[in-house]
Every structure is written in structure tokens, then in C-alpha cells.
Design a protein around this ligand. Structure first.
Ligand SMILES: Nc1ncnc2c1ncn2[C@@H]1O[C@H](COP(=O)(O)OP(=O)(O)OP(=O)(O)O)[C@@H](O)[C@H]1O
Length: 360
């Protein structure tokens, strides 16, 4: 197995530059989520990798094998790449077994060999008992499993999944995506999963590629993307953020929550500079033991609690300051109206202050 190398790739649709100078190396066997808002170029990137769109600049390789460069596109059917679309799009007149069998390469082993491979694939995706069913007798999740088995049938070197869970209801989606991720890992199949669901990307993937307007904003592990976003845009696109204005001084930002330790991201502020501090809501904690400790944290009153079972989001009015949201495990929650002292339990992220709006 070899790495997938996307090197300086640009793709245009007519006059629209949909992918711009994207470079990324995907390790063999990894499951990578391609995450970004609608229209950022996720599907375009997948189509280019699949060989269904030519590229205008750069190259796409699997190991030493070049698949695309300007003026040369190895045809999709010669790439050894599997595709799982958003909707299963099965042949309606064929059974589950025949839908899978359609993608099993004809080769040695004869009819018996093919039947064994079909049964093995049906079993792999948990449909061993349903091989005789017609597509219209399947649920949405079962149909997607057939599409997955079909894509895995030729033993692809790389599997591309274009929002394969988007059409399923929440409960089914969460269960199926976990199962599919485990299956792909067990098979050692290198996979690219397009999604605009940040939770899906963070929970399933080994690495996440965040796209914005056709450019790669960041590529890293889910933890790197969430804890160390490369830009304020990634910070607020992937996860909740609390934003506070403050002044930078010696590695701390003085703001409504006190002097909070922070890392400056992508710039080097000077002491006294105005900056924007970004925190994740769960980095803020209520510290009752600090109530009498005026030097640390900030006094606040709980204004609202949004209970989500496992955790809760609290809106707290900082005395003489803004309302900040904090997330905590839903065990022994404070009550609305309680006084709390808020502290920040890990370094925040400092970004340049947003320019003031032009004076009219
Ligand atoms: N066939 C096409 N002709 C012209 N422009 C296109 C075509 N397909 C896509 N685009 C444009 O290219 C850009 C990227 O589209 P793409 O479908 O790759 O985005 P996406 O991130 O997959 O979006 P979504 O999440 O909504 O599916 C968009 O600006 C889109 O309007």
C-alpha cells in the first residue's frame, strides 16, 4: 500500500476555481475526513482524485504511480479507487447479492469463487441474511451498506466516501459511521470521507483536512484541529468558541476573565496590543474555592443552563462584563442565579483583534 500524494492541485469548473493549490499527503491505511462548508470544493477534490475531473495544476499520485497532471488523467476505472456516493444508487432490478456481484471482478475462481466473495462482502457489511432482497426492501442504512460492499469488492487501494451518511437519520448515522470506520480500519483501506459534519470528522478520522473556498486551511489530527486550530476561521468552524477582547502582555491576555495565559496563533503581538482571545467553552470552569480570591478568575452569575444529558452549556454573566458560555459535565450543576467564580483551565488562543469598523 502507498500514500496518496496531492501536490499543488488546482481544479476549475469553467471559470470557477474550485480547488486552489492544495497539497496534502495521506498515509496509507488512514481514514481522512475532508471537512468544510457547502461549496468549499470537497466533492470537486474527490472527483479529481477519482479521475472524474481533470486537474489544471499540480499532480495526484498514489506512491510512485501518477494518476493526474495537467493534460493527463488516468481513467477512473484504471485507478483502483472505490467510490461510495451520498445515495446508494443501487440497481433496482438486482438483488443485494447481484448488486454486490456487479462489482466483483471476473477472474479466476469461477462462479463458486464469485459467490464466496459476494457472501464474504455481504457478511462484512452486516447483510449476510439479506442477500436475496431487492433494493426497495432495504432501509436507507442497509442500502448504504450494499454501496459500501460494492465499493470494496475490487479491493480498492483507496476508498472515497462522499457524505455517505448524510441522508440517514441521526441515530442510524451515528451507529453506521462508527461501524464503517471500524470496518475500514480493520481492512487497512486508505479512505477519504467528505463531510460537513464536524462531529463526524472529529470522532471518525485519523486526520482531518479542513477546506475553505477551495484552499486547505489545515491538515492534522482531530485533536490538533480542535485544540490548536491554525486560524480563527478553523477555530470557529470546528467547534464552539467563546471570544473575548483583551490586551496582550507577556504571554497573557487581560480580559473579562482575568489575565488568561494564551498562545498567539499566526502572529507575534507586542505587549499592550489589542487581541482577540478564543476559548473553547469547556476550557472555562467554575471554581467556587476561588470565590474569595480576587486575584484569579472572574465573578459571574449563572444566567441560563442548556442541559444536554451528558453535559450542559451554562451562560454566565460576568460581573461588569460580557456573558460567557461554558460547558461542563452534567454532574452537580450549579443553578440559575448561583454566583460562580470562573477560571480558564488551559492556555487560550490569541488572534489579531478584528479591525474596528470604518467610521462613517
Ligand atoms: N459542474 C460545475 N460547474 C460549475 N461550477 C461548479 C460545478 N460543480 C461545482 N461547482 C462550483 O465549485 C465549487 C465547489 O463545489 P463542490 O461541489 O466541490 O463543493 P462541496 O464542498 O462539495 O459542496 P457541498 O458540501 O454543498 O456538496 C462551488 O463554488 C460550486 O458552485
Amino acid at each position: 500500500m502507498s500514500d496518496l500524494v496531492i501536490d499543488g492541485v488546482s481544479v476549475t469548473h469553467g471559470s470557477t476555481l474550485a480547488i486552489h493549490d492544495v497539497s496534502v499527503r495521506i498515509d496509507s491505511g488512514d481514514l481522512v475526513a475532508v471537512l468544510g462548508p457547502s461549496g468549499c470544493g470537497k466533492t470537486t477534490l474527490l472527483l479529481a482524485i477519482a479521475g472524474l475531473l481533470p486537474i489544471g495544476a499540480g499532480s495526484i499520485r498514489i506512491g510512485e504511480r501518477e494518476l493526474s497532471r495537467p493534460g493527463r488523467t488516468v481513467p477512473a476505472e484504471k485507478r483502483g479507487i472505490g467510490w461510495v456516493p451520498q445515495e446508494a444508487s443501487l440497481f433496482p432490478h438486482l438483488s443485494v447479492a447481484d448488486n454486490i456481484g456487479f462489482a466483483v471482478p471476473r477472474g479466476r475462481g469461477g462462479a463458486m469463487g464469485r459467490a464466496t466473495r459476494i457472501a464474504e462482502l455481504a457478511e462484512l457489511v452486516g447483510l449476510g441474511d439479506l442477500t436475496g432482497r431487492a433494493p426497495n426492501q432495504l432501509s436507507g442504512g442497509q442500502a448504504q451498506r450494499v454501496a459500501l460492499a460494492r465499493a470494496l469488492a475490487p479491493r480498492p487501494e483507496l476508498l472515497l466516501l462522499d457524505e455517505p451518511f448524510a441522508a440517514l437519520d441521526t441515530q442510524l448515522r451515528v451507529g453506521l459511521r462508527r461501524e464503517v470506520a471500524e470496518l475500514l480500519r480493520a481492512q487497512g483501506t486508505t479512505s477519504l470521507l467528505v463531510t460537513h459534519d464536524q462531529e463526524e470528522a472529529l470522532t471518525l478520522a485519523d486526520k482531518v483536512a479542513v477546506l475553505r473556498d477551495g484552499r486547505l486551511e489545515q491538515f492534522g489530527t482531530p485533536e490538533q484541529i480542535y485544540q490548536h486550530p491554525a486560524s480563527d476561521w478553523v477555530a470557529s468552524f470546528v467547534g464552539d468558541v467563546v471570544e473575548l477582547d483583551g490586551l496582550w502582555r507577556g504571554g497573557r491576555v487581560t480580559c473579562a476573565l482575568g489575565a488568561v495565559e494564551a498562545t498567539a496563533v499566526g502572529f507575534a503581538p507586542a505587549d499592550g496590543d489589542r487581541v482577540r482571545l478564543m476559548l473553547r467553552p469547556e476550557w472555562i470552569v467554575p471554581r467556587p474555592e476561588l470565590l474569595a480570591h480576587a486575584a484569579a478568575g472572574a465573578d459571574a452569575r449563572v444566567a441560563a443552563i442548556s442541559y444536554a444529558g451528558h453535559d450542559a452549556m451554562l451562560s454566565c454573566d460576568v460581573v461588569g462584563g460580557p456573558t460567557v458560555r461554558m460547558r461542563m459535565a452534567a454532574v452537580e450543576l450549579p443553578h440559575v442565579g448561583d454566583e460562580v467564580r470562573l477560571a480558564v483551565q488551559r492556555p487560550g488562543l490569541a488572534f489579531p483583534a478584528t479591525p474596528l469598523p470604518a467610521q462613517i
